[in-house]
Write a protein that binds this ligand. Sequence first.
Ligand SMILES: CCCCCCCCC/C=C/C(=O)SCCNC(=O)CCNC(=O)[C@H](O)C(C)(C)COP(=O)(O)OP(=O)(O)OC[C@H]1O[C@@H](n2cnc3c(N)ncnc32)[C@H](O)[C@@H]1OP(=O)(O)O
Length: 302
Amino acid sequence: MALASGVRFAPRALLRPWALLRGTTLGRTEPAAGGGGDGARRFGSQRVLVEPDAASGVAVMKLRNPSNALSLELLTELVISLEKLENDKTFRGIILTSDCPRVFCAGLDLTEICGRNPAHCAEYWKAMQELWLRMYLSSLVLVAAINGACPAGGCIIALSCDCRVLADNPKYRIGLNETLLGIIAPFWLKDTYVNTIGHRASEQALQLGSLFPPAEALQVGLVDQVVPEDQVQSTALSEMARWLAVPDHARQLTKNMMRKATADRLLRQRDADTQNFVSFVCRDSIQKSLQAYLEKLRQRKG
Ligand SMILES: CCCCCCCCC/C=C/C(=O)SCCNC(=O)CCNC(=O)[C@H](O)C(C)(C)COP(=O)(O)OP(=O)(O)OC[C@H]1O[C@@H](n2cnc3c(N)ncnc32)[C@H](O)[C@@H]1OP(=O)(O)O
């Protein structure tokens, strides 16, 4: 979206979601329950369902992958859905939520980086960077309605939004737990954390790999509201109304002013960041610990 100052948000020249489209089914539209006109038509893909409400200018975007682990396909479909809404002037805001019971987003899909070759890991990491850049700089208001567990990459998705509402369930913990997996949050995840909860709290939480239960997440400023589970969507809608009450151009320019430096830091060194990621995760020792973590997750089941 071109703004009064000539500032553009999501750097589209660098973000080419269609180039990533691989085996996705995006573009289907189907009438929403109850039918109706264009405003009631939902669209989406296998892994992202979009329920647009043209009258309010708000779309609800639901993740529906197993555990909502961020597979390459899910990342790609998210970027494409976001772009589609950004390009449609009808929409001013998105509520991002999960269609998957008890999990908002399980973070990186570890099967995308375990036992994969460096080229695949690089492709995967570029898609992760792309989603973060697009969300973090989106001209739309993004509200996360967090209705499940939200570790690591899931937390980053939530932190890229403008506002976070978390369901009050002690099992729905949120935070960057990378160190507990033996991996390190890259600088732009760290920056996003610091921008949200401050330096000291981030320093502590990142090193300890803290996953905060709702009351603590609220206290540290990781989320803006904690509400009973059945009120997450309605609270997200009220939050959205509060953000949409502000004139778009003023809010957008302010958002850009607050976030641009953080995004630019990654834009300046995207390739180096990808190289770092690939050489780190492809190390034998890291592969072993990721494999062991995945095994533990699989065994924990049942
Ligand atoms: C220098 C630069 C350095 C750069 C270094 C890189 C830094 C990157 C930054 C980001 C890092 C990350 O996101 S790392 C990922 C961190 N994520 C996590 O630690 C979450 C791990 N998962 C969980 O805690 C739980 O699964 C949780 C999400 C709460 C859901 O619990 P449930 O009881 O509902 O479900 P489960 O039975 O546990 O899981 C259901 C199935 O999903 C799978 N599953 C769960 N999480 C998964 C995941 N993240 N990836 C793949 N698969 C996953 C399980 O194995 C099961 O598979 P089946 O048995 O086959 O059905």
